[in-house]
Design a protein. Sequence first.
Length: 170
Amino acid sequence: MGIAHLLVGEPRSGKTTALKHIIDVIGAIRCGGFYTEELCAVGERYGFNVVTLDGRTGVLADVAYNYPLRVGKYGVTLQALESIGIASIYEALASKQFIVIDEIGPMQLLSEKFKLAVMEALEGSVPILGTVFSGSNPWLDELKRQRKVKLYPLTSDNRDVLPQILVETL
C-alpha cells in the first residue's frame, strides 16, 4: 500500500540528511524521486537545487533571481521542479519500490502540478518517503491529515535514531 512516511521539521533540522541516510540503508536502486539540495557559498545559503536520484539537477530557487514567485528572500522558478522533479515522481510510481519527495514545502507548493503529482503518488501503491514543511498552509494541513500519511517529527534529540526507526518500519 502507498503510505507516505514524512519527516517533519523546521528548516535546517536535518530532514534531508536523515532521508538520504534512509535511502542509503534501503538501497538507492529501489528508490526514485528527488531531494532538494542547498546551494551555499562562503557558509551562506543562497538557493536550492532539485536533484533526482538518477542524477538530473536543476535550480529551484536563488536569492539572485528576480522572479515574481518568491518565498522569503528566494526567487523561485518552477521549471526544474516541474520538468525533472515531477517526472521523477511519476517514474518512481511506475517502476520503483519507493518514491522520494524532499521536500513538500512552500516553494514546491507554488506548483499546482507538483500538488497533483503528490496526490497521485499518494493514491498509488508505492510507499512515499519524504519530508514536509512543519508550518501551516491549507493544502499542506489537509495532506497531513490524510489517512495514508504518517508524520515523523524530527528533532535534535531524535535525528540520529529516527532514520533507523523508519528503516525498520519499512
